[in-house]
Design a protein around this ligand. Structure first.
Ligand code: UDP
Ligand code: MG
Length: 322
């Protein structure tokens, strides 16, 4: 009897969560009618919400749903990546879906996704939005640039427009859990573990209530995290820049030497010298900064801190930290 787990990270989703669960109820009823052999569970992760999300979760877990609700509440906000990991680690299903609570990942796609995994030779079905409607143009532009760059410099296949809405078979879930890194970038992790992915395009929908937790700045930092986590190209680039500037300096030295010896030109122009010193100073600081990014990430990895800490849960035998 296959069990399907629905993992939902929630951060300040008191308005969206009931709407989401209601829609999920309908979808689950339809699916179990078609195939009475399947059962469902919802794994809700409260990522340290400041609003009444946890109270809503408790109430929903006590209410009647065609699936069991298991919830885990973090001791503070650890971020969506940590919440996703917690959900995957606590999901018991043979199939696991990860979904947002804001209805941007329509539960109505689940039957189709499950059907594909039943009939075709795929390990997971992932969704990709075809439009970026409702998003500021500058954000869309930066997102496109990011995907272009990271796919050039990273081996992991990171798809533009891919959402974190997936339905995966157990082996893939285990592979993702086995990636114990502290700096988690799930778009990269999905690509890195491989497996056969079927892409399901759909038109972007806006969130049903509340606000996105991503500001432009946090997205920018997240994209740098992604690059550092899945590529070492910036380090090579720093070294390459160093080599290029050394070559230019040697050439410049020869030119000045020849000019002085042949024509006896006095070496003039301190402004150009000042500019050069500033340029090289800047380049050196930039390269140091790049090395520093990697060093900082390595430092955090070596501390082996837990990725999340659970404060409260409706499941017994819950280990508090992972
Ligand atoms: N989320 C979370 N922790 C966070 C930020 C977000 O668990 O620190 C959850 C949020 O509740 C939602 C999902 O991650 O279910 C996606 O968040 P959001 O809608 O803000 O992102 P967007 O859809 O705008 O990319
Ligand atoms: Mg959203």
């Amino acid at each position: 009897m296959p069990l399907i787990s629905i993992v939902v990270p929630c951060y300040n989703e008191q308005e969206s969560l009931p709407i989401f669960l209601k829609e999920l109820d309908d979808v689950v009823r339809i699916m179990t009618q078609q195939d009475p052999g399947i059962s469902f569970e919802a794994v809700l992760i409260d990522d340290g919400s400041a609003d009444k999300t946890l109270a809503v979760m408790k109430a929903e877990a006590a209410a009647a749903h065609p699936y069991a609700i298991r919830w885990h509440s973090f001791s503070r906000n650890f971020g969506k990546e940590a919440a996703l990991l917690a959900g995957l680690q606590h999901a018991k299903g043979d199939y696991v879906a990860t979904m947002d609570a804001d209805m941007q990942d329509p539960p109505s796609l689940l039957p189709q996704m499950y059907e594909i995994l039943q009939t075709e030779d795929y390990d997971n079905v992932a969704t990709r939005r075809t439009t970026r409607e409702g998003e500021p143009p500058i954000r869309s532009f930066c997102a496109r640039m990011f995907y272009k760059i990271i796919n050039r410099i990273s081996k992991a296949d990171i798809v533009d427009g891919a959402r974190d809405f997936r339905l995966m078979k157990r082996p893939m879930v285990n592979a993702i859990i086995s990636m114990g890194e502290y700096n988690r970038f799930s778009k990269g992790i999905y690509g890195w573990v491989g497996f056969k992915t079927k892409w399901l395009p759909y038109v972007n929908v806006n969130r049903v209530a509340g606000e996105t937790k991503w500001s432009f700045w946090s997205l920018l930092l997240y994209s740098i995290d992604g690059i550092v986590a899945f590529s070492t190209a910036p380090l090579s680039l720093a070294a390459l820049t160093g080599i290029v500037f050394c070559l230019i300096a040697i050439l410049g030295f020869i030119v000045i030497l020849v000019k002085t010896l042949v024509w006896g030109d006095p070496v003039g122009g301190w402004p150009s010298l000042a500019c050069l010193i500033t340029l090289f100073g800047g380049m050196q600081l930039l390269c140091l900064g790049i090395i520093g990014e990697y060093l900082a990430k390595a430092y955090l990895e070596t501390k082996r801190r837990p990725i999340y800490i659970i404060r409260e849960s409706n499941e017994e035998s819950d280990d508090t930290a992972q």
